[in-house]
Write a protein that binds this ligand. Structure first.
Ligand code: XUL
Length: 488
């Protein structure tokens, strides 16, 4: 028997999926919610998290895996993690030179973004070089801010990890490399050559190259499980396959191999992504071009106001998630024109530096209409801000907690005029990581690796012709409202 484990260190929890390759079955899955997922400053622009929380959760989860599965069969482990966050380490990965890590929700580095972009010739050349213009959550501006504000602690730092490579380092007991896919979210890698970019390093902070791990393809075996874990939990010397970002791992976990397939992950952040054969970046500076864990490229657009914003609306009316779903059943597509721009927190797409919510036609609306307003607004924004990828979707694969909601999937199908597939596993990042471990260990073709693991449940949800028409009109109106709001 050969078992493969995939972790997902997301914003809210550490999850794990263990699969049995021969039976093509998931033999164990578990999740541990963090007590304190992040620490936010008063105005919400500085958002950090504690690497100690992630380390402790990993320890607990390894113990649970060892106790719950036939541990001698564990051949390889990989993982996924929230992207962009940086961990500042001393000689050993367990010893930190900075107690907390800025994470993807941080939006406090607008100044550093402009400075790095300027050094690279402007936002468009920066995007062509690294795959993205400057975004405040990206690692380079975060490193630059740290080096400026705490030069001594920066000088004492010997390794700067992403959350993904930090977790891999803990498993192998030594500093592990960063994979190409997650490195694409740093604004430090030349997206064409997949090497650190001299110009981007110089634009960011002094002596940066000596502090960064090596870059490797996502399918690289970066070591074996450290003796300390083997002794403690009776685990074998399993291979550790490079960890990657949660979105690149979800690309695998939702079975996206070919251009034309798009996935939507509805979690703490809402993201839309898909494989791209050719590198393209958006002329307006929307979204990102990443290296794909499958080898070519992937395009992605990220929204910060995802499930936490949906929850804000739900809580404002004291609803359960069930009542939230019923609200969508009770209200018609288009919501009679009532909508909103739901920037409850500073938004990534489009860039909205301080939180503000715009409501249209909702003054005397019933709670159910507020629910439909936020969901439709979010999905129309996902559609509007993913056109830059130049991918005409023939199918959308939905994942993440909110993908369990059939009404939400119907709105996706209608807004995109595309069938939507749903999967049993809402934790596609952990599943993707386990599948990446399997593929790296066996060298099998991706189609073969995914077979039986990534199969849609039930029938695809099909768009309804009359609703497609309603949303076609609304999308143009909503785009105009967004443009106007951004000017104010
Ligand atoms: C991706 C991003 C988020 C995090 C969330 O660019 O910022 O999706 O990866 O975990």
């Amino acid at each position: 028997m050969s078992f493969y484990a995939g972790f997902d260190c997301s914003t809210q929890a550490l999850s794990v999926v263990v699969l049995d390759a021969a039976r093509r079955a998931i033999v164990f899955r578990d999740s541990l919610a963090f007590d304190e997922p992040f620490l936010a400053s008063g105005d919400g622009t500085v958002v950090h998290a504690s690497p100690h929380t992630w380390r402790r959760a990993l320890e607990t989860m390894l113990g649970r895996v060892a106790a719950q599965v036939d541990r001698r069969s564990l051949r390889a482990i990989s993982g996924a993690a929230q992207q962009h966050g940086s961990v500042y380490c001393d000689e050993a990965p367990e010893t930190l030179t900075r107690d907390t890590s800025p994470i993807w929700m941080d939006s406090s580095t607008a100044r550093e973004c402009r400075e790095i972009e300027a050094a690279l010739g402007g936002p468009a050349p920066a995007a062509r070089l690294t795959g993205s213009r400057g975004f405040p959550r990206f690692t380079a501006p975060q490193i630059r801010k740290f080096a400026r504000e705490q030069p001594e602690a920066y000088a004492r730092t010997s390794r700067i990890h992403l959350v993904s490579s930090f977790m891999a380092s803990l498993l192998v007991g030594a500093h592990a490399p960063i994979d190409h896919a997650d490195a694409s979210g740093m604004m430090l890698m030349d997206i064409g050559s997949r090497a650190w970019s001299r110009a981007a390093l110089d634009a960011t902070a002094p002596q940066l190259e000596s502090k960064l791990p090596a870059l490797v393809p996502s399918s690289t075996v970066v070591g074996t499980l450290a003796p300390k874990w083997q002794e403690r939990f009776g685990l074998p010397p399993a291979e550790i396959v490079a960890w990657s970002g949660d979105n690149p791992s979800s690309l695998v976990g939702t079975g996206l191999i070919h251009e034309g397939q798009l996935a939507m992950s509805l979690g703490t952040s809402d993201t839309i992504f898909g494989p791209m054969r050719e590198p393209r970046v958006s002329a307006e500076g929307i979204g990102h071009l990443f290296a794909s864990p499958l080898g070519e490229y992937m395009g992605i657009t990220v929204f910060r106001n995802g499930s936490l914003a949906r929850q804000r609306v739900r809580d404002a009316f004291g609803m359960s998630w069930e009542a939230f779903s019923q609200s969508l059943q009770q209200t018609p597509p288009g919501n009679g024109g009532a909508t909103m721009l739901p920037w409850f927190e500073p938004e990534i797409t489009p860039e909205v530096p301080t939180a503000r919510v715009h409501r249209f036609g909702l003054e005397r609306a019933a709670p159910a209409q507020h629910v439909r307003a936020i969901v439709e607004a979010q999905i129309m924004a996902l559609a509007r801000h993913s056109t830059w990828m130049g991918v005409t979707p023939d199918v959308i694969h939905a994942t993440g907690g909110a993908a369990a909601n059939r009404e939400i999937l119907q709105i996706i199908a209608d807004v995109f005029a595309t069938p939507v597939n749903r999967f049993e596993a809402t934790d596609s990042a952990a599943l993707g990581a386990a599948l990446r471990a399997l593929q790296a260990d066996t060298g099998r073709e991706w189609d073969d690796v995914l077979e039986g693991f990534v199969t849609p449940v039930a029938e695809a949800i099909r768009p309804v012709a009359t609703s497609i028409e309603v949303y076609r009109g609304l999308r143009a109106l909503q785009a105009a409202r967004e443009r106007t709001a951004l000017r104010t």
